[in-house]
Design a protein around this ligand. Structure first.
Ligand SMILES: Nc1ncnc2c1ncn2[C@@H]1O[C@H](COP(=O)(O)OP(=O)(O)OP(=O)(O)O)[C@@H](O)[C@H]1O
Ligand SMILES: [Mg+2]
Length: 167
């Protein structure tokens, strides 16, 4: 992971986090894989909601999947929302059928992605979220290939235009 392509920003409320993902959505062409990593309540589902909204999926569809690990939404591009919180072991992921989704033209967003780190293709966008007190969250984007570097650069440029903070 090359540090010079890493981008960090802070959001001060959930709406700002959703807006970040709406900007990310605009840069997606389909086939992207976005791995979300961060503790409980960090804002992973919040990011997915923003992304799905940007793709035209109604908000009520994007509550955290409670009984199924994988949800599909229809928008401008299909969105596959995977939440692995309740996945105990990597072996269990063999039964998920995730590989099929990873090769599809959907935008695939995976909460608790570190649980299946070895199953993820090398080429993906990793997003780490951290609590920074109250409603502040630090969000770091790690593009793991050239195409994701372009995507992150576009997102960060639009953040700057809106007064977002970056490093
Ligand atoms: N800056 C912020 N960004 C995102 N969420 C925020 C922010 N500030 C406050 N919140 C609140 O934090 C909570 C984040 O919840 P969310 O379900 O998105 O977290 P999560 O990372 O998906 O957690 P889990 O691991 O339990 O699925 C929401 O209640 C949201 O309103
Ligand atoms: Mg969640």
């Amino acid at each position: 992971m090359r540090a010079e392509f890493t981008s960090t920003l802070e959001t001060s409320c959930s709406l700002e986090t959703e807006e970040l993902e709406e900007r990310l959505e605009r840069a997606c062409r389909g086939g992207e894989i976005i791995a979300l990593v961060g503790p409980l309540g960090a804002g992973k589902t919040c990011l997915v909601r923003g992304l799905a909204r940007g793709l035209g999926v109604p908000d009520q569809c994007t509550a955290s999947p409670t009984f199924t690990l994988i949800h599909e939404y229809r928008g401008r591009l299909p969105v596959v929302h995977v939440d692995l919180y309740r996945l105990d072991a990597e072996e269990a992921s063999n039964r998920l059928g995730l590989e099929e989704y990873l090769e599809s033209p959907a935008v695939t967003v995976i909460e608790w992605a570190d649980k299946i780190a070895t199953l993820l293709p090398r080429d993906h966008l990793r997003i780490e979220l951290e609590h920074r007190g109250d409603e502040r969250r630090q969000i770091t984007l790690f593009p793991l290939s050239a195409s994701y570097q372009t995507l992150v650069r576009d997102v960060m440029n639009s953040a700057r235009h809106r007064g977002g903070q970056s490093a």
